[in-house]
Design a protein around this ligand. Structure first.
Ligand SMILES: [Zn+2]
Length: 390
């Protein structure tokens, strides 16, 4: 299979760029630009403010509406503290699996998309609708770059009929995902000896109150009967989570600082603004109690990421296309966030579908099964046929 072979060569190169989200990705972007340029395909860059990273997009075929955009991200999660059995930044085949950081999430799909672009270009004369690709950066740290990428694409290219976001789904159509909202919380307390704690404010103990509010919300959400959309998700309710917390200096000093990130995974049919409001109101109540003891104390809250949910669009253009190409009729829904909601928010019909198992993503010895890679390549070949037909 031609696409699979080309894509394998590309994947080898993409994995070799250690594009962890906190590092620049320009080497990868320039390599892709040169690879596309050698085939006469023009690549557009969308820089970040510091010009240390870029997203990219490209199109082949006629400049008409009704094409399909393949969307991926170029960044990967770190490997620190993980026990790898081969160099994470070297593509290594073992037992029918392609190991390497990003093989599954989601350079495997990126490579297939690039190979598909070249294959579509070879049939340029037959294409009735264009094939577009969009590769972002900073996805793993909150889908930060996709909005600018999408708006630049919308200015430069005709609107596509569907956006396929190639996160690992085992090539199953994923028709909805929850939204993700992250808040950086900094409680500023007041230090005194803990024997006199009534004269101080422990930022840690007040932070615990705010986290306990999140616990209560989770319990209440879990206890209420799920609606029609909620029932599609596992778990079938909005969840609030604190994964890391820092603060305090000693067991006998009321803590001056406490910091954590509160992350919400919100169902597509709930308004994230309601959750934000409820959270800020609770923070205000706690802050008022802190200030009653020490007026200089307080709680600072900053939004760090905002990823809209993907609302299911039954019989939408993206779902119809992907079901036809995969032959999969079941609809799937996931609780993690992805860029699909951002494409949908920009007015496109969007779906998540890509090779590999999400359970392998972000792990030591991350891998993509060759069978999945080939399934992805066959999907691309059918997609190109489709673009030539209609
Ligand atoms: Zn991903």
């Amino acid at each position: 299979m031609e696409i699979a072979e080309t894509a394998r060569g590309i994947l080898e190169r993409l994995v070799a760029f250690p594009t962890v989200s906190d590092r620049p990705n320009l080497d990868l972007v320039e390599w892709v630009g040169a690879w596309l340029g050698a085939r006469g395909i023009e690549m557009h860059r969308v820089w970040n403010a510091e010009r240390t990273k870029a997203s990219l997009f490209a199109q082949v075929g006629p400049a008409v509406s009704g094409g399909v955009v393949l969307s991926g991200h170029t960044d990967v999660v770190p490997v620190e503290g993980q026990e790898w059995h081969s160099d994470p930044f070297r593509l290594t085949e073992r037992n029918g699996r392609l190991h390497g950081r990003g093989t599954c999430d989601m350079k495997g799909f990126d490579a297939l998309a690039l190979a598909a672009l070249a294959a579509a270009d070879a049939r340029r004369g037959d294409l009735k609708h264009p094939l577009q690709i969009a590769l972002s950066h900073d996805e793993e740290v909150g889908c930060l770059a996709a909005p600018a990428l999408i708006s630049a694409m919308q200015k430069a290219l005709p609107p596509p009929r569907a956006a396929i976001i190639g996160e690992p789904t085992m090539m199953q159509p994923v028709c909805g995902h929850k939204g993700g909202y992250g808040y950086d919380v900094h409680l500023r307390g007041y230090e005194v000896h803990s024997s006199l704690l009534h004269r101080g404010v422990s930022a840690v103990m007040q932070g615990a109150r705010l986290i306990e509010w999140a616990n209560r919300m989770n319990e209440a959400n879990a206890a209420s009967p799920p609606g029609e959309t909620a029932a599609l998700f596992d778990p079938p309710f909005t969840t609030l989570h604190v994964g890391r917390i820092t603060g305090g200096t000693a067991h006998n000093i009321t803590a001056r600082d406490c910091r954590f990130v509160l992350a919400m995974r919100v169902l597509p049919d709930e308004d994230p603004a309601d959750w934000r409001r409820a959270f800020l109101e609770e923070a205000e109540r706690i802050e008022a109690a802190m200030r009653a003891v020490r007026p200089e104390t307080g709680i600072d809250i900053t939004e760090v990421f905002e990823v809209p949910a993907l609302r299911p669009e039954p019989d939408g253009a993206a779902e119809t296309l992907v079901r036809r190409l995969t032959g999969e009729n079941a609809r799937h829904y996931v609780s993690y966030g992805a860029e699909a909601g951002q494409f949908q928010q920009a007015g496109m019909s969007a779906i998540v579908c890509g090779p590999g198992n999400i359970a392998r993503a972000h792990q030591a010895d991350e891998y993509l099964e060759i069978a999945q890679f080939e399934k992805g390549a066959a999907f691309m070949a059918r997609l190109i046929d489709d673009l030539c037909r209609e």
